[in-house]
Design a binder for this molecule. Structure first.
Ligand code: G3P
Length: 412
């Protein structure tokens, strides 16, 4: 029996589902045994993986979140492209089996799949339906509606209207996609490494000016920059609307909250666009680390084959809320009546399938985890009156471009 190790960042209910998948895989055959190891947050897992690789102690499989993908794909020799791993180990592979938003997200410039798509998400708008009914409002379609109709009614009904998780992900990266705005030069970083970020733009600054005003007016609450900081007040029923990952859906269902909730698309600004577009996938993928014996690579390929089967993908989607990454898994979910039972479970994949635009396929920027740190620092300073929006975005752009040019130097 060949043993392999999988480092991941899936805590709580997500971690339990990861363990279940591993247990089921191990029980399904007798040649291989996989051991999942929880390494903390996405950031901690990436840091641990890079350190381990340098020390020659890397696991067979490492989960890398979207923000870290460019860094890992750009680290020459660190991983085995998943497409090569599968074909070399006689596992059938067809990139067209994956839903379009997933297909090339973890691919290289030639369209070769490098990372194995696994937990793909989209940021969606969760809302407390009891709160909405009490306030006599519907989930807002636009930010204008939120500001003038939804938020005042929710305040009157005794709720804090809005909180959101992870500002860089939702209020920058997917904000740009939802409004079809260019996020970086070089086609959002996909066609070159001498990339410049384009965050210092009127739409984003208008949005953040409003976010700060909403905070001051009690329409918005901000509890911190860590992943879960802003989810708890929603679960407690204090906050009526929470923007978070579709991958939180399963966990919320399992918590048996004392109110009904549902979900719909992220609002957009009508003053920016009347033709809102799709968001792009978040979450993470699995990288096969280089430097492992051939029989372990074979085991990794066998596990990936198992993991992407429609049944396992549907189970993962159903239990967590991460979107089905293959068309077959999506069809299976429909056939099984999953969305008849839980319409909100389909919102993530539906939002990923809204009209596309030239700027909606995500971004590819190296050292991007550090860029997010800069954003989080500056957003915290905006919200606590230590800086203003104009100065913050000037700083974010300058520091981000410095990081991008440092990354570009590693690519020669
Ligand atoms: O919470 P997740 O797993 O949906 O991930 C959200 C972001 O895409 C991670 O950078």
């Amino acid at each position: 029996e060949t043993e392999i190790t999988w480092w991941h960042a899936m805590g709580g209910a997500l971690g339990e589902t990861v363990n279940q998948i591993a247990t089921d895989f191990n029980a399904s055959q007798s040649d291989y045994k996989i051991t999942p190891v929880f390494k903390g947050t996405y950031e901690e897992t990436l840091t641990a993986g890079i350190a381990a690789f340098r020390a020659g102690e890397q696991p067979n499989i490492m989960q890398v979140y979207d923000a870290g993908a460019a860094t890992v794909i750009g680290a020459k020799g660190a991983t085995i492209p998943v497409q090569d791993l599968l074909t070399e180990n006689d596992v059938a592979f067809d990139i067209n089996n994956y839903i379009s938003g997933v297909r090339y997200f973890y691919a290289d410039a030639d369209g070769k799949m490098i990372g194995m798509p696994f937990n793909s998400s989209s940021p969606i708008m969760y809302f407390n339906t009891d709160a909405m009914a009490k306030a006599g409002v519907e989930a807002p379609k636009t930010w204008e509606e939120f500001e003038t109709v939804t938020a005042p009614a929710l305040i009157d009904a005794g709720y804090i209207p809005l909180a959101q998780s992870h500002s860089p992900w939702i209020f920058v990266e997917n904000f740009m996609s939802r409004h079809n705005l260019p996020f970086a030069t070089n086609d959002n970083g996909y066609t070159g490494t001498d990339t410049q970020i384009l965050v210092n733009n009127d739409a984003l600054k208008m949005h953040w000016t409003n976010v700060k005003e909403w905070l001051d007016d009690g329409k918005y609450a901000w509890y911190g920059a860590s992943w879960d900081d802003n989810q708890t007040p929603f679960e407690e029923g204090k906050v009526a609307i929470w923007l978070g990952s579709s991958g939180s859906f399963g966990g919320l269902m399992k918590k048996d909250l004392p109110f009904e909730f549902s979900a719909t698309y992220l609002p957009y600004w009508e003053e920016v666009t009347t033709e809102p577009t799709q968001t792009f996938i978040g979450g993470a993928s699995l990288f096969a680390m280089a430097g492992q014996p051939a029989e372990e690579n074979k085991a990794t390929a066998a596990f990936f084959e198992y993991l992407t089967s429609p049944e396992v993908q549907y189970m993962w989607h159903r239990e967590t809320g991460y979107v089905p990454i293959t068309t077959a898994a999506y069809e299976l979910a429909k056939e099984d009546g999953h969305y008849d039972r839980f319409p909100a479970a389909e919102v993530g994949i539906q939002q990923l399938s809204l009209a596309a635009g030239e700027n909606t396929k995500g971004y590819r920027m190296g050292f991007y985890p550090q860029i997010r740190d800069v954003m989080n620092r500056e957003f915290g300073r905006i919200l606590s009156n230590e800086t203003d929006v104009e100065a913050a975005f000037t700083t974010i752009e300058a520091e981000s471009n410095e990081l991008l040019s440092r990354f570009a130097m590693t690519q020669n």
